[in-house]
Design a binder for this molecule. Sequence first.
Ligand code: MCA
Ligand code: AMP
Length: 502
Amino acid sequence: MPDKNLYHLFRSRFPADMDATFLEHARGSTSFADLDDQSARLCHALKTNGVTKGDRVIVQVAKSPEAVMLYLACLRAGAVFIPLNTAYTTREVAYFVQDAGPRVVVCDPATKADIATICDTGTAILTLDTNGNGTLIDQMKSSSPDPEITPSKPDDLAAILYTSGTTGRSKGAMLTHDNLAANALVLHEYWQWQPGDVLLHALPIFHVHGLFVALHCALLNGSQVIFHSGFNVDAIIRDLPRSTVLMGVPTFYTRLLDAPNFTAETCRNMRLFISGSAPLLPETFAEFETLSGHIILERYGMTEAGMITSNPYDGARIAGTVGYALPGVTARVADENGQEIPHGEVGILEITGPNVFAGYWQMPEKTAEEFRGDGFFITGDMATMEPDGRISIVGRAKDLIITGGYNVYPKEVEIEIDNLPGVKESAVIGLPHPDLGEAVTAVVVTNETADMIQNDINEVLAIKLARFKQPQKILFVSELPRNTMGKVQKKALREQYQDLYA
Ligand code: MCA
Ligand code: AMP
């Protein structure tokens, strides 16, 4: 069997001119030759720190070209890359460290002392900052390039990406070299990547969207990437005229529409605008077409499976739908027993395909619960399917809030609020928000004697939960609405407060 290490696939697609730019960034540029050299040196450095095939490497660093090289170095070393949101608090990171048992943790120099308190003595802690400095880079510079690309079987793990759970406990989705390769190859073809394409990249690189979907397509195309450290609307408008592809969450598009200097002229060179990670409002889709002349292509995916469906490149891109199952993916809309239901009816979307993950890290029971006997993965998204296979996501069976493209599981926030002295109970809901799509909102019942305000709660949550999980607003009520079974009626709360951020 030919070696399936994903790095081989990327390397087979590098341009003939290895001096061509891969990443253009604030500090200059990184060519494909640099990429190959730096990832080989970093691979050597990882091995010097004891990393062998299958070892986990946790990475919580600001977006930088070196962070991309570190990901590629992990592939070369056969290590399992575990990127973490930079917004996670040390308390949150402690869970991932304990769960994954990493050989190496790479963090920002500013958090090293805190990270050291949550790691075993056997774990090497290296640093990397947004300017490309840190002990990891010192080691890279003094390491010779390691030419070896660790032989990998298709089902060897390439990455674990943590996704929160409805119980409040995060699960590590295990993604294999083959999962990532299969999805990248399909997307590259489906979205018709072309010679000369330039990707404008402003997403974080600790999630599937920015790390795999965007970067893998560019790598397979041997393309240049204009690499922004984050989303800044002025910088996007400055660089769009030199770009052909942008991938973003819906907030990117609403912010562009709000910018007075964003015009059709800005998009003169653009070939493709892609949206995903959260529902794109039909209003945004329509306004964007009117203003820019471009029809946004909406696709749908999740951490456990990468991209699952996409509107077509050539055919109709229809607002409010996420298009068709990608080639190789089989999708069905089913009832709660996994029985397929008639077209047009709302059910739960279930899928199979080479992109579907290998299970949750060290959670065989949880994995088993989320797969049907015939191998279909239960996404937890409510959907309808038209007779021609077009899919619309109409809601979520899982209690999940998506704010600016980041997922927040209410249970995790409720547990922290309920633990506060003076709080009787709480319900955390997502309410429509013009910028973020949904805003995390807490409805809290306190004891009669407690005299609490929003700031008291936020102050405590700040050390426990990442900023994006903390409620934007906290409402104090005397009781929560319940059904006859005693279950809190979140739907009623969402209806009651639907205009809170209007
Ligand atoms: C930032 N803040 C947020 C969010 N982002 N609060 C709630 N939700 C958010 N998403 C907070 C900051 O901590 C800050 O708080 C305040 O909001 C203002 O920050 P600002 O500078 O305006 O934010 P930003 O840096 O402009 O970020 C907004 C953003 C960003 C560009 C929408 O959140 C983003 O890049 N989102 C992309 C997420 C993503 O990649 N998702 C893909 C997941 P304070 O002022 O108090 O400090 S992968 C996935 O979902 C699947 C596979 C898929 O289908 O793609
Ligand atoms: P994550 O767990 O971060 O991978 O987020 C995956 C979830 O994001 C999916 O299960 C959906 O609920 C949601 N999602 C992603 N893309 C879309 C989309 N285009 N429309 C609606 N929801 C989406």
